[in-house]
Design a protein. Sequence first.
Length: 386
Amino acid sequence: MPSVFDALVVGGGPAGSIAAIELAKLGWRVRLVERGGWFRDKACGHCLNPRAIELLGEINLLEGVRAIVSGNTNRFRVHSVDGGFSEVQLERPGWLVPRHTFDQLLRDAAASHGVDVSHDASATEFEFDDEVAAVRIRSRDGFQTVRTRLLIGADGLGSAMARAAGLCDGRMQGRKLGFSFDWQSQRTELLDERAIHMYLDSGGGYLGAVRQADQSIHLAGLIQPARGSKSRSTARRPVEWVRSLAKDHATLRDLSLHQCRLEAMLRFRAVGPMPWRTTAVSGPRVALVGDAAGYVEPFTGEGMTWAIQSAITLADCIRNCAPGRWDAAVAVRYQQAWRNSIESRQRICRGLALALERPRVSQFMFHLGGRFPRLSRAIARQVVAS
């Protein structure tokens, strides 16, 4: 196997795979390493919002993704702890895509474009000099040192790549915990099959729920660290938290989530802590994409949109460069483009996250949105368009 590449991508999620595809289209010699096996599950809400669908169309991946869609969404419904709800109609429909099939589809697409794709492989050591980055790769075949002119970090929250390249510090990491799982119920009809449901927690977290084509329910939660001893988030254990939350929401009780057990939570995955922020998204020989570059927290699929957009943005910044060229000017160009296209959108979600951390503020926003639907629609447009 070759040991020198124009670009080495660490992480085979949407950001890493699409970055690899777009660079391969430009004639770059690319290797992608994914630490998980085939069809690996990820903690995710499975939502592709309209902006993400648009971006996939721009890079000719839409038809392949369309074949694995497990549901459609056209509204966003927020359920308050007092039993009320507020609903916003989305201007364009979104899709539901299971991450284990979505990510694998993108890695397969990368391989079809000539990318050298490795599963069950992880980057363990990094060295940088003025010309190349050297990365030690561990796989089932043993160890190999790979040299690359551009190292692309797509390794998610807490990115080891960002740490090795000095693009983050200890103050950039939050304390929130995210998780997701599938749930089987005899009463799936209780959930509107075209709505994204968000159930608020009096302690500041929330649980999202969508109904999939196979009649299973996919749930994704975010647990806010406790502000006081009375918060149900004190233990930060997803199973206990879901049980407790279900006591406040009749629909969740009717779905038997007040009696949930870990062994009944299908495809359970957790991720965190979040939010994750970096001091920069590029440097000598390094560029970060997707969650590795910075992540606020999930609402309705913004994370996958940012991942896709960051990969496309990186490719656009080097479109006129010779394969393997990465210098200070290109690094600065990508940093600025990322701030303009992605960080500006993340600020909106960061503001919503801060409001949800404070139950009184979130309740006020909830009732304000009910009285002024145009305000709710305007906020939803900004979030979903991210």
